[in-house]
Design a protein around this ligand. Structure first.
Ligand code: PRX
Length: 631
């Protein structure tokens, strides 16, 4: 397995080596895996095109490294510990041996249904073991998985299926989420009504016994396709740079883009970061509460832990069902050692009061992690005090869908922690702060735009079907740099604090949302003429969505609710604006650009710092919007 950093000295030396000799460093990490053929070339890169290749010529299958490799030593160890939505239902332990067999059965079924190497398979499923099994089954046969978070709407699902030109959707009949039953298969049926011409089959896992409509031409039950299959399946031997998965994420313009990760580099990076960041020791119970629909679930529920032979807890439900003690009850029940969650969950649970965590024995916890958005001081201290009891390091991990794995984070027991600081880069990561004029900000105690100046194995390779977009979004802002879209501050000791997005992306409850995407959804309403969406500070969600909308004169009285409905239909409930203000005009420059800076200030109630509005064609509208006066 990849090297596990031991102490500060080890971190400093390893980091120094990884900068001086990145190829040597990563080659040593990669050599710890099973390869069918060693790579010809550790790294070739060009950040202008961009074109990055790691371990080119190497042949492997990631599932052999996740599963087969562990059988001899830990075949009977639990790979996944599944905790169902309903606390009265039993937890399920799946050993490495069982998981390998289930993955092989599913892989054989996929082959029988015509899925071949390179085909795209979309998942639209709740947090059940079959989701992980299906993902690994794709990887086993070289199919490319693309998981769509099951909170997205039929339209959003159809958009992603179309973009990926997927051949199959794997879903469940329904989803138990708290006390709600979500008709998952129905949403897939709706997506197929909208488009999804490329889909040949829908494989349906029976999860809730919900009634479903059935189309014999397309629909197949998971149990009838999978259960009869052999428990062995020869892995497809992949090139290191073959696609492993596509994951759609929002950007500042247009529709979500499919971030592409490839087999070799992603594998090495997911494993190396998991082992170092979580300091996982044999026998530990590790729990990441993310949904597998996001990158955190890919890298730190499935791939990182399995590559490391860990026990990864997977939870079907929500933090507040049956009550606000559910997370802590699970920590007590399974004696969780590493707990990794998002600031929005921490804030929501903090608001429910200390009596919930105080009811449970949390003494097994050795480490607390945070991910997905900036964590505010209050939430940081509450988490540290009430969950970690001030003796578990709290690591604030910064990374992105595009980076494949954690990039900047304190290392528990190795580097110190400072509230709200992601702190120091992991080995191999070279972050820089850039000034808007394109120069590097070298001083400490300074702010800048966060870029990474050298490739790491987990970096995205392209955006699916649109390489130009990848180039424009990440590699054009600064020459020879990967631009993250985030602003950051460096303190006097060189620790980094990520402040938030500097582009038109907002982070709502840790869900990444493009303002343009929400605007496009709002504009679908026939009575909407124009809209502008911005983020504003929200106590629980981190950021809320504020929409300014111009509607036609004959718009109905219920237009605000109708706008919310249209967004739910186009994207999903997670994109529903928290505040909608009907306005007569939007503040615009002479060239017709909406001045979002002003709208952000108004939404955030920072009226003192609105600044100069004289360059607008319609300066009067600013006052009108402030007064909230609809005309
Ligand atoms: O703005 C940063 C924020 O989340 C963005 C990436 O979102 P996504 O691709 O959905 O991945 C989330 C999970 C890795 C970043 O550009 N972000 C993520 N982690 C942090 C963060 N902001 C501040 N601190 C963090 N720890």
């Amino acid at each position: 397995m990849t090297h596990q950093l031991k102490d500060l000295q080890d971190y400093k030396e390893t980091y120094a080596r990884s900068i001086k000799d990145p190829e040597g460093f990563w080659a040593d990490e990669a050599a710890t895996f099973k390869w069918h053929k060693k790579w010809d070339n550790v790294l070739s890169w060009d950040f202008v095109k961009p074109d990055v290749k790691w371990f080119e010529g190497g042949k492997l299958n990631i599932t052999e490294n996740c599963l087969d490799r562990h059988i001899a030593e830990r075949g009977n160890h639990t790979a996944f510990l599944w905790e169902p939505n309903d606390p009265a239902s039993p937890s399920v332990h799946i050993s490495y041996r069982e998981l390998l067999e289930k993955v092989c059965q599913c892989a054989n079924a996929l082959k029988e249904l015509g899925i071949k190497k390179g085909d795209r398979v979309v998942f639209y499923m709740p947090m059940v073991p079959e989701l992980a099994i299906g993902i690994l089954a794709c990887a086993r046969i070289g199919a490319v998985h693309s998981v769509v978070f099951a909170g997205f709407s039929a339209q959003a699902l159809a958009d992603r299926v179309d973009d990926a030109q997927a051949k199959m959707i794997i879903c469940s009949d329904g989803n138990n989420r708290g006390n709600k039953l979500i008709p998952v298969k129905q949403i897939v049926d709706d997506a197929l009504e909208i488009s999804c011409q490329s889909i040949e089959h829908v494989l349906v896992h029976k999860n809730t016994r919900t009634d479903v409509n059935w189309n014999n031409q397309i629909d197949i039950w998971w149990h009838s396709a999978v259960d009869k299959q052999s428990v062995t399946c020869k892995p497809e031997i992949m090139d290191a740079e073959d696609l492993l998965f596509i994951l759609y994420t929002s950007g500042s313009t247009g529709k979500p883009k499919g971030v592409v990760h490839t087999c070799g580099g992603y594998m090495v990076y997911a494993c190396s970061t998991f082992r170092n960041v979580f300091q996982y020791q044999d026998g530990d119970i590790y729990w990441c509460t993310a949904d597998i629909g996001w990158i955190t679930g890919h890298s730190y529920i499935i791939y990182g832990p399995l590559l490391s032979g860990a026990t990864s807890l997977m939870f079907e439900g929500v933090p507040t069902y049956p009550d606000a003690g559910r997370f802590w009850q699970i920590c007590e029940k399974h004696k969780v050692n590493q707990f990794y969650t998002a600031p929005t969950a921490i804030r929501a649970l903090m608001a429910q009061g200390n009596e919930w965590p105080d009811k449970y024995d949390l003494s097994s916890i050795k480490l607390l992690g945070s991910v997905g958005e900036p964590i505010n001081e209050e939430a940081w201290h509450w988490y540290d005090e009430h969950i970690g009891k001030k003796n578990s390091p709290l690591i604030d991990t910064w990374w992105q869908t595009e980076t494949g794995g954690i990039m900047i984070t304190p290392l528990p027991g190795i580097t110190d922690t400072k509230p709200t600081f992601a702190s120091y880069p992991l080995p191999g990561i070279q972050p820089v702060l850039m000034n808007a004029d394109g120069t590097e900000e070298k001083n400490n105690n300074a702010e800048g735009l966060l870029c990474i100046k050298f490739p790491w194995p987990g970096i995205l390779r392209t955006t699916y079907g649109d390489h130009e977009r990848c180039k424009l979004t990440y590699f054009s802002a600064f020459k020879n740099m990967y631009f993250t879209g985030d602003g950051a501050r460096r303190d006097s000791d060189g620790r980094i604090r990520v402040i938030g997005r500097v582009d038109d992306v907002i982070n709502v409850s840790g869900h990444r949302m493009g303002t343009a995407e929400v605007e496009n959804a709002i504009d679908e309403h026939p009575e909407v003429i124009e809209s502008a969406v911005v983020g504003y500070p929200h106590d629980i969600k981190g950021q809320g969505i504020y929409a300014y909308v111009i509607v036609s004169h004959n718009a109905s009285n219920d237009i605000i609710n109708e706008i919310r409905k249209v967004v739910t239909k186009e994207i999903g409930p997670i994109a529903k604006p928290d505040k909608i203000q009907i306005v007569s005009e939007l503040p615009k420059t002479r060239s017709g650009k909406i001045m979002r800076r002003i709208l952000r200030k108004i939404a955030s109630n920072e009226l003192d710092t609105i600044g100069d509005v004289s360059t607008l064609v319609n300066p009067d509208v600013v006052d009108e919007i402030i007064k909230g006066a609809p005309i």
